[in-house]
Design a protein around this ligand. Structure first.
Ligand code: A3P
Length: 326
């Protein structure tokens, strides 16, 4: 872990927690002067800048969700693409086939955006999705209350959560690698946005805890942790297959495990449309514990104090790498 960065003069331990919004005031506003991070606020939650609020709001309210739909839902940078690949392979007898994961499991909200849909919902529009017959599979980063069409159906949701320290590091790379965010900050600035819930998908704490609580009372929500999946990929794949009521053999599980490993995906899973747009892939380092190379000692201790405060009583813990569970 890095030594203390004294450019952050406010004492981070003087934080004030907003239990309702699940955020904290992390530092003086002046800390973010001159920093650009383009986002669009939709129903009070910051989202990517390529999302048009009115179109997404219309989708949230009017999408014709069905009980037979399956959503892969995450807070950004928590293993979404990995889970898409697993489900894509399970549906396809362990073969990648000729469709990319964004074609077979489009990001539903991205289908409203002419730019984003090119690589996130390839070949789909909202209209074509609305008319699709048979089982439909989607990716979403929706907060619980904003899942499109949630009021009209009870679809299946596979929710994947990852420890927030690795999420914020991954989020920094994501914001820097994708030109649309125009992000010009460093790790300390991204951490500031993250703790205040002013980054893509809003408060990590609210997103994860709302879906976790939903999973405890709704059998149609499967709550998985990224770190458990990396510890036992075949076990996670079987859990997903069981949840989706799919038949499988040991051979199929082995095939899916192999073709959804980070190593395999790094060299074989190319999103051609994303490449064309000059965007770096989702496959970076993976795993748990990479955060120690980014947090300094003070940031880490203050983060832990906030984390304990916001997670208290939830019964939910995460593995932060190196067997550190909290
Ligand atoms: P890092 O940036 O920490 O490496 P998402 O798909 O939600 O954007 O998540 C991206 C994160 O998941 C990245 O984390 C990426 O490396 C990791 N990831 C992608 N595919 C993976 C896989 N097959 N196994 C494990 N982690 C994977």
């Amino acid at each position: 872990m890095r030594n203390v960065d004294d450019s952050m003069d406010k004492n981070l331990f003087d934080f004030e927690v907003d239990q309702q919004a699940k955020t904290v005031v992390w530092g003086p506003e002046s800390d973010l002067e001159g920093i650009q991070y383009d986002l669009n606020v939709i129903r009070g939650i910051p989202q990517g800048p390529l999302m048009e609020p009115s179109k997404v709001e219309n989708l949230i309210d009017n999408f014709n969700a069905r009980d037979s739909d399956v959503y892969i839902c995450t807070y950004v940078k928590s293993g979404t693409t990995w889970c898409q690949q697993i489900v894509h392979l399970l549906r396809n007898n362990g073969e990648l086939g000729d469709k990319s994961y964004s074609e077979s499991i489009p990001w539903l909200e991205a289908a409203t955006s002419p730019i984003l849909s090119q690589w996130e919902a390839t070949g789909h529009t909202v209209e074509s999705i609305m008319e699709t017959e048979g089982p439909r599979y989607f990716k979403t980063h929706a907060n619980l209350q904003d899942l499109p069409g949630r009021s009209s159906a009870n679809p299946k949701v596979i929710y994947v959560a990852r420890n927030p320290k690795d999420v914020v590091v991954s989020l920094l790379h994501h914001a820097k690698d994708k030109p649309c965010f125009h992000f010009n900050g460093n790790f300390s600035k991204m951490l500031h946005y993250f703790m205040e819930g002013n980054c893509e998908n809003g408060s990590w704490f609210k997103h994860v805890l709302d879906w976790y609580n939903e999973s405890k009372q709704n059998p149609n929500v499967l709550f998985l942790k990224y770190e458990d999946m990396t510890a036992d990929p075949p076990g996670a794949i079987k859990k997903i297959a069981d949840f989706l009521e799919m038949d499988y053999t040991p051979e199929l599980i082995q095939k899916v495990t192999e073709k959804s490993s980070l190593k395999f995906m790094q060299s074989n899973t190319v999103n051609a449309e994303m490449k064309k747009a000059g965007i770096k892939s989702h496959f970076r380092k993976g795993g748990a514990g990479g955060w120690v190379d980014h947090f300094n000692v003070r940031q880490s201790a203050a983060f832990d104090a906030v984390y304990r405060e916001l997670m208290r009583g939830s019964g939910l813990t995460f593995n932060f790498g190196g067997d550190l569970v909290m």
